[in-house]
Design a protein around this ligand. Sequence first.
Ligand code: FNR
Length: 359
Amino acid sequence: MLMTVQDFETAARMRIDPVHADFIAGGAGDEITVRANEEAFRRLRLLPRVLRGSAERALDISVLGSRARTPVLLSPTAFHKLVDEEGEAATARAAAAAGAIMIVSMASTVAVEDIAAAAREAGEHGDPPPLWFQLYIQPDLGFTEALVRRATDAGCAALVVTVDSPVRGAHERDLRNGFLDLPPGLRCEHMVDPREGGRVHPIAMSPVISWEHIDWLRGTTSLPILLKGALHPEDARLAVRHGVDGLLLSNHGGRQLDTVPATVELLPEIAAAVAGRIPIVLDGGVRRGTDVVKALALGACAVGIGRPVMWALAAGGEKGVRRLLELFREELDHALALCGASGVRGLPPDLVRAPAWGP
Ligand code: FNR
């Protein structure tokens, strides 16, 4: 029975190629940060209040103009067709049915137009939340601009620009397994260049991308821009100064620079740096409803999940992802009730006891 996120991982591993399971679970280097993300949540303690609950908890959020029925959103993850033949279309249907925001990866194996159509089809409770689109700014700015236009035309309501990848992370599991490219028949749909007769470009990770590119992007779109992967408080302040609308506080699930701190460990400092001027979404190691409560109490307005979505998709396709999102909803609601909270908004930081972070 699929009762916990861990159960989804176990079920997924029984169904998919171990090489693909390694691609999903793995991280960079010694995977110290992969483990740190989950461990940091485990080390935080909740300190509930009593005699102040309410019959129902409000779980809905509104962030940068996007309304959702849950503060758990789907972080961008590449290559959903590796684990399910419908790929991102199945994920999008499940997210729409749950009223969750899905961030479409630039490296997705279904085109954003088709993902958007799938989401619209499945919005059971009126309009589903809009999709957001994740972008790696390409050195070819013309191509990047065309992609932004494409995502905007497909109905995406925000851009999430990943900036922690000046070069590719060293995924040693993949190197050992010889997993260096997508299997035949699958491709990154957003890298097909119509200007070149449909040639598929590799996604360029470019060390020369700078704040000037963020300024350039700011000038080319009126969509809200979230920066994904800035970890230093000074970079958070710079993001505000450069007109960024939100932060996705993320260490890429430990897949880029190994040994960076857990994201939840950095959250109080980042929240202090932006001082409420822009919203913060956090991802990395969120596996339980209690993790969601902790992140929200420490200053995030929403959280993202990456690997759990891939495990759920691998374990049960669209239904698997639906069940996963339901599970997060149930666990979150339960944890809030036990904390004496009436909803996800305005949770106070004193709900969380942090250990002195140390080795
Ligand atoms: C990712 N992540 C990611 N991030 C991004 O900006 N663009 C991408 O294409 C991908 N692709 C991707 C693939 C896979 C298989 C994983 C596991 C992760 C990172 C992702 O958005 C997110 O930051 C982390 O996955 C969050 O950590 P957890 O929830 O996996 O612990």
